[in-house]
Design a protein around this ligand. Structure first.
Ligand code: LAN
Length: 789
């Protein structure tokens, strides 16, 4: 029967059940490009009966001498928009492949296997297809993410999951996988998280897992180290880990299941029974292939001490009364907390890792027939996505809201650009109408997605305020994020003030009061006691030294929520935008003060070479786009809230930022191309395949903002520099145009997103949204110039 889904269900991207086979109709060759083109979904959307409107017949402007680059850019943006709006769902959002990490799907497969959830043969075979598609031709292993080198982490998890989905022991691909695993030390050499997962299914022993004691939840919050002070993603993964560790949960049939017995042989170089699980050597063993973030001496010492005291069976027997009571209390809090997180997120959960763990935790605590467990099963499809490479687990329950905000800017700018040159038909009326309708639909979704209340018992469960915020995916998920709130606010203001929409009854205007709620939450999220920047979900609650206790080995900088240029710039921009449109609001003044302080942060974290490190997408082009947009927003709006000195510093930072980008532009094709490896290296790494549209669009957007600002405020002094920027922008526009495909799409190039410095994540929307946005802006800025002349 159909499982009941809690929550509104709006923005739920689960069109795929029953369609699992359709990936077979599209070729996928990892060796050419590890990224799928997201063809399955796009094909489905393009062929809908109700796709309506234009079929992308926007008049192409012939490339002759009389047509300016700006006109060509406007046309290309319009064509791109018409195509992209055909991918919009009826609820007004855009979705796309949000895969990339390779360590998520196995968690879900393990959880379902161990709790007896049948994913169905269609899903299983599409999952198997995905895993085998991403086995590396080079060495037979699997990476941590689709563009990464093979690791023991990726390999033991994917190998085991593939076996659960029907990969035969004697299949030559399985043999190659085993070969890689064994050559690198077997499952004993895998990082903490893999050991944890394997222990849950009974293919590793709990005594060989470094402790994640649930007792830590019982510490008082004023204690300097408390899990409630950790970055929410770290906290929410540690949570079920502590509960499952605390109860040493193991798949009940592990001892009799032939597949588990076989995995115990397949994943190890030695006889399973002979392994000295509790030894330091086994617990701390990790393959060099996996070690992005070597564990600190402090963490090693803490592991050792905890393992030999709190987890020592003899000590536990002797002091069983206090120790068991503590463990029971720790477990109880952890399971209550798990339930609260389920309620807060309508059983979606904050991310894919705790989602899979919570499936097990609910099974363990409440049983297979409980509503609580079944509510989870009903929300599994939210995380699955089907593309040419197969069925994958996404990094979140989607990126719907985030993508919709950016699409709104892109489309709105394309509409404006298409109307500036009335003597030249850059777009048909039918197509423009189509774009309007798309924006109107988006306005409903933006409205729908704003969070309307704080979560239940939020203080007990370390939750910040939610009322007025916007999430990254959907309101059912509900965790608000600083920059998603900022983008939501910006998109709402843009839509509400869009000149052509004044009388459109269908447009959703968010009332001022609710916009103020968003402003309030953003002001509260500024880290005023440290650096005046914005972190992702919450205020920074911990300390830098928490990183010494990072147990993950494969990720860096995950322990606390740091201030980021992206989150800070988006917040500054949104607060400025709010001030401009609502100067009478009771929050206007506070918004401006907050934005002005934010400018300091953006200046402070610029690196000496003029670059900004982008933490959530690849990498310095993304950082520069935010850095520059944030600075200009502040300079334009904050008036005397910014001191003379800061104003000078901001201008210098702007020029330095542009200089950095100029130095990285490809002299041949005028584009920019950055590799995902830049994120781990913390320095510019050129993309091996050359320039890419997404990096180029970010750079172009940054330049256009700088050009506008300098032309307006400093034209006399910066003439030669402006000329450089304009020439460079022209070349970038040509590059973006020439990469557009005949139907208005752009090809998926290298992966765009990243998290925790080391793992890539797919944003398929970016290849459409950013070129459209940048080209449209290019047209608008240049038409303005032409008119002035
Ligand atoms: C995301 C996705 C969105 C992203 C932005 C809003 C773009 C960013 O500006 C702030 C950080 C945020 C919210 C973000 C944080 C880390 C996430 C949640 C992810 C990259 C999506 C997946 C990732 C999550 C941690 C993956 C699960 C893996 C673990 C190691 C727990």
């Amino acid at each position: 029967g159909k499982l009941e889904v809690l929550g509104s269900g709006i923005g739920r991207a689960t069109w795929l059940p029953g369609e699992e086979d359709s990936c077979k109709s599209f070729p996928f060759d990892r060796e050419t490009n590890a990224n799928s083109q997201d063809k399955v979904f796009r094909d489905l959307m393009l062929n809908r009966d109700n796709a309506g409107g234009s079929q992308g017949v926007t008049t192409a402007v012939e490339k002759d001498q009389s047509v300016s680059e700006a006109e060509l850019a406007a046309t290309t943006a319009a064509r791109g928009s018409v195509f992209y709006s055909r991918l919009q769902t009826d609820e007004g959002w855009w979705a796309g492949d949000y895969g990339g990490p390779m360590f998520l799907l196995p968690g879900l497969v393990f959880a379902c296997y161990a709790t007896g959830v049948d994913l169905g043969s269609a899903r299983r075979s599409a999952i198997l297809r995905y895993i085998m598609n991403h086995q590396q031709a080079l060495d037979g292993g699997w990476g941590m993410h689709i563009e990464g080198h093979s690791t023991v982490f990726g390999s033991v998890l994917n190998y085991s999951a593939a076996r659960m989905c029907g990969l035969e022991h004697d299949d030559p691909r399985a043999a190659r996988g085993r070969e890689f695993i064994k050559a690198h030390g077997g499952a004993v050499a895998s990082p903490q998280w893999a050991k944890f997962w394997l222990a849950s299914i009974g293919a590793y022993e709990w005594t060989g897992v470094n402790p994640t004691p649930p007792e830590l939840w019982l510490l008082p919050y004023w204690f300097p180290f408390h899990p409630g002070r950790m970055w929410c993603h770290c906290r929410m993964v540690y949570l079920p880990m502590s509960a499952l560790f605390g109860s040493r949960w193991v798949y009940e049939d592990a001892e009799t299941d032939p597949l588990i017995a076989s995995l115990r042989k397949e994943l190890y170089t030695n006889d399973y029974k002979s392994i000295n699980w509790g030894s330091f050597a086994v617990r701390e063993c990790i393959s060099p292939t996996d070690l992005y973030n070597p564990q600190s001496w402090l963490m090693t010492a803490a592991n050792h001490v905890l393992h030999n005291t709190l987890e020592n069976p003899i000590l536990r027997a002797v002091f069983h009364y206090p120790l068991d009571a503590l463990r029971r209390a720790g477990n109880k809090f952890a399971f209550d907390y798990i339930h609260a997180e389920d309620v807060h997120t309508n059983w979606i959960d904050i991310g894919p890792v705790n989602k899979a763990f919570h499936v097990i935790a609910n099974y363990a605590a409440f049983g297979a027939d409980s509503d609580k467990f079944l509510n989870h099963i009903a929300r599994i499809d939210d995380f699955l996505w089907l593309a040419e490479d197969g069925l994958k687990m996404q990094g979140y329950n989607g990126s719907m809201f985030w993508d919709t905000c950016f699409a709104t800017h892109a489309l709105a700018n394309a509409v404006v650009a298409s109307k500036l040159k009335s003597d030249q038909t850059v777009i048909t009326d039918a197509d423009r109408e189509h774009m309007y309708r798309s924006l109107v639909k988006a306005s409903k979704f933006v409205d729908d997605m704003q969070v309307r209340e704080d979560v239940w018992e939020r203080h007990t469960y370390f939750r910040a305020e939610s009322l007025g915020g916007w999430p990254f995916s959907s309101r059912d998920h509900g965790w608000p994020i600083s920059d998603c709130t900022a983008e939501g606010l910006r998109a709402s203001i843009l839509l509400s003030t869009f000149p052509d929409f004044k009388d459109d009854k269908n447009l959703h205007h968010i009332p001022q009061e609710r916009l103020e709620q968003a402003v309030k939450i953003m002001i509260e999220l500024q880290n005023t006691s440290t650096n005046n920047g914005w972190a992702s979900y919450e205020l920074n609650r911990g300390y830098d030294w928490y990183e010494l206790l990072n147990p993950a080995q494969v990720f860096g900088n995950i322990m606390i929520d740091y201030s980021y240029v992206e989150c800070s710039s988006a917040s500054v921009q949104a607060l400025c935008e709010f001030y401009k449109h609502f100067p009478q609001s009771k929050y206007a003044d506070a918004a401006l003060t907050s934005a002005a302080k934010g400018v300091d942060f953006i200046i402070d974290i610029q690196r000496p070479d003029g670059s900004w490190y982008g933490s959530w997408a690849v990498c310095f082009t993304y950082g520069a786009w935010f850095g520059i947009e944030g600075l200009v927003a502040g300079l334009d709006t904050c008036g005397d809230r910014i001191s003379k000195k800061t104003r000078e510093a901001a201008k210098n930072a702007l020029v330095k930022g542009c200089d950095f980008l100029l130095s990285m532009q490809d002299p041949q094709d005028g584009g920019w191309g950055e590799s995902i490896r830049a994120c781990a290296a913390h320095e510019w790494v050129a993309n091996e395949e050359g320039s890419q549209v997404v990096n180029t669009a970010w750079s172009l957007l940054a330049f256009l903002r700088a050009i506008e600002y300098l032309t307006e405020n400093d034209a006399a002094n910066s003439r030669p520099f402006l000329q450089k920027l304009k020439t460079s922008a022209h070349r970038a526009s040509v590059f973006l145009r020439e990469r557009q495909l005949a139907d208005g799409d752009w090809a998926q190039e290298g992966i765009s997103g990243v998290f925790n410095h080391s793992c890539s994540i797919t944003y398929t929307a970016y290849r459409n949204v950013f070129p459209i946005w940048a080209l449209a802006r290019y047209a608008i800025v240049n038409f303005a110039e032409e008119t002035k002349k």
